[in-house]
Design a protein around this ligand. Structure first.
Ligand SMILES: [Mn+2]
Length: 322
């Protein structure tokens, strides 16, 4: 490997900076072209993807070998169970790279086989109606987001990945509707197409469409997966999980409020249901909300064969997953 390419690769290691950004930062230090930077970085990404795939496959192999040796069959159950990693409100490119990495590592350790991206994964600041002094252009945002999705797929090579649309994903179509409404509906410029979701084998779930088709929101087992904005609610309430539960009246998990909360209720028949609000993985003090009561977090959901489940609603506090 040449010295130049090594420098470039070092530069992108723990962030999801765009190729363009890396190039801009390095061009005065070393003699490179944009195309060269791009080639080195995409090769690097590809390799990372392969390595991640390899280590996951090795991990699964070890699990299988252990299972065969395990008389109690505990590991067999461990491997067979459906396990979901739920992450939301990442707001790429305003994400917290360390928090995201913690969540992903936790997911890998727990051998999740499904990932649900719970919405507001992309910030879409460029097409927002809000004016922001740190304005960023749409092409850059798109490139960073594709890098991010590439990383998600590379980390969870064999997982089913669902991407639930949040209010920030919907900014894209709102922008089209108000500035280029005659182009609305053109598949080529839909957000899922621009993000190349099919290339990453990521399935888009817009609960508005899902609801029309299935008469219920997106569900895995006995738990509904929302972004959180689908249910009209105020941000000011004390218990968001309870507030949303009162309208859903069934098991729900969601992000949107950037706070971890839980509400459990038993009905007259003795049936127990719950509502889980999950923390975010974005910057904690953006310009539009410098003081808030957000917390970093994510969830792992473990299923029984009958669709019953356990939610591990994790918080990241002082760099620790608790
Ligand atoms: Mn949201």
């Amino acid at each position: 490997m040449s010295k130049k390419s090594k420098i470039i690769q070092e530069y992108i290691k723990d962030t999801t900076q765009s190729y363009r950004q890396v190039y801009e930062k390095l061009k005065n230090k070393i003699d490179i072209t944009y195309n060269y930077t791009k080639r080195i970085l995409s090769e690097y990404n590809k390799k990372q993807r392969q390595n991640a795939g390899q280590s996951l496959q090795n991990a699964e192999k070890t699990a299988v070998t252990k299972t065969q040796n395990d008389k109690n069959g505990t590991l067999h159950i461990l491997k067979r169970k459906k396990r979901v990693l739920f992450v939301s409100d990442i707001h790429v490119p305003f994400h917290d790279a360390t928090a995201v990495r913690k969540a992903f590592e936790y997911g890998l350790d727990e051998h999740v086989n499904t990932v649900v991206l719970g919405g507001d994964i992309m910030d879409n600041m460029a097409v927002s109606f809000w004016k922001n002094r740190n304005r960023i252009d749409f092409l850059t945002e798109l490139e960073l987001m594709r890098n991010f999705l590439n990383e998600v797929r590379g980390t969870f090579v064999n997982s089913n990945i669902y991407y639930v649309w949040g209010n920030h994903e919907q900014r894209h179509e709102k922008y089209l509707l108000s500035h280029a409404d005659k182009l609305f509906g053109l598949e080529e410029i839909s957000l899922e197409n621009l993000l190349k979701l099919s290339e990453f084998r990521i399935r888009k779930i817009d609960n508005r469409d899902y609801m029309q088709q299935h008469r219920k929101p997106f569900q895995i087992g006995k738990l509904y997966y929302l972004h959180g904005h689908e249910i009209r609610a105020s941000w000011g309430v004390v218990n968001i999980a309870r507030n949303l539960y009162l309208k859903a009246q069934d098991n729900i998990i969601f992000g949107h409020f950037h706070q971890s909360q839980e509400f459990i209720q038993k009905d007259i028949n003795g049936d127990v249901r719950g509502s889980w609000a999950v923390g975010c993985l974005c910057e904690m003090s953006p310009d539009y909300s410098i003081i808030n009561n957000w917390n970093h977090g994510f969830a792992v959901i473990e299923y029984e064969d009958d669709g019953d489940f356990t939610v591990y609603n994790r918080k990241i506090i002082n760099g620790k997953v608790v």
